[in-house]
Design a binder for this molecule. Structure first.
Ligand code: SF4
Length: 266
């Protein structure tokens, strides 16, 4: 379901590494990823995550005013929503935000799970400083369909990375959250290496409020044989991740990929 809403602010300060501001054209996200922790960050209390998307229809007017007075800084486009989720096809708010950011010469970092970003290549090519990150969590698309039901297929995402790069746009891959026995680390790293992103940023499961329950339901339904392992992971928390990092770092090294790690304490 789509609902149009009005907001009072556009850019908010960001604590994420490398970002000064966060800009989210939508509230809610139809990609409905099982492991998404955005609901706890934005205190979502409007039902099941993924079923309702609020479209910030006055965002451009507010952003335009803010860009005239804010200090220049890197804008993270899509920190608690996907800026290229299906509603963007109709509303084009992300595209209009990019036009404004370009006009005011703000650096931009986009993160998405959708090949719809390819629609805006013409604009992205105009930026002095822009990069596009695409998330990949699993290589097997039948697993991806269950984990990230509303998002673009793995093949489409890899195609998007290749096409962006061919157009001279800086790309990176968010490899995460790493899910033991589900994320096929070696095969996924090899597939990523073929599309030559500038680097890979690896991240772990963030077991914030609600995430543990959703991941448990997913495992129970689609991979019940892993339930015992996952209960162990829930108990260990971030510690589980240290155990899989070495294999990722090694494989990235072999594939010639620069690898950045969000460490357990980050
Ligand atoms: S694409 Fe991002 S914001 Fe949207 S549901 Fe998935 S993890 Fe959450």
């Amino acid at each position: 379901m789509i609902k149009e809403i009005k907001v009072k602010t556009a850019l908010s300060p960001s604590q994420l590494p490398g970002l000064d501001y966060a800009l989210n054209p939508y509230r809610g996200c139809a990609h409905a990823c099982v492991y998404c922790y955005a609901p706890s960050v934005i205190h979502w209390d409007k039902g099941k995550w993924g079923e309702l998307v609020e479209v910030k229809i006055n965002l451009l007017r507010i952003l335009s005013k803010e860009l005239r007075v804010k200090k220049k800084g890197v804008v993270g486009l899509g920190t608690v929503t996907d800026p290229y989720q299906p509603a963007e096809k109709k509303y084009e708010i992300t595209r209009r935000c990019l036009e404004l950011l370009l006009m005011h010469d703000f650096p931009v970092c986009i993160q998405t799970k959708s090949s719809l970003v390819l629609r805006d290549i013409d604009l992205l090519k105009e930026f002095k400083n822009v990069e596009v990150g695409i998330t990949l969590t699993a290589l097997d698309d039948s697993v991806r369909e269950k984990l990230e039901p509303g998002a673009t297929s793995v093949k489409e995402r890899l195609r998007a990375l290749a096409e962006l790069r061919q157009n001279g746009i800086r790309t990176w891959v968010f490899l995460g959250p790493v899910m033991p026995h589900i994320t096929e680390v070696e095969a996924l790293v090899d597939a990523i290496a073929e599309v030559k992103p500038e680097y890979v940023l690896v991240d772990r499961l963030r077991l914030k409020e609600g995430v543990r329950e959703r991941v448990r339901e997913f495992i129970q339904e689609f991979k019940p044989e892993l339930l015992c392992d996952y209960e162990g992971i829930f108990r260990k928390g971030a510690e589980y991740y240290g155990e899989v990092l070495d294999s990722i770092i090694n494989r990235c090294g072999k594939s010639g990929l620069r690898c950045e790690i969000n460490r357990p304490g980050d």
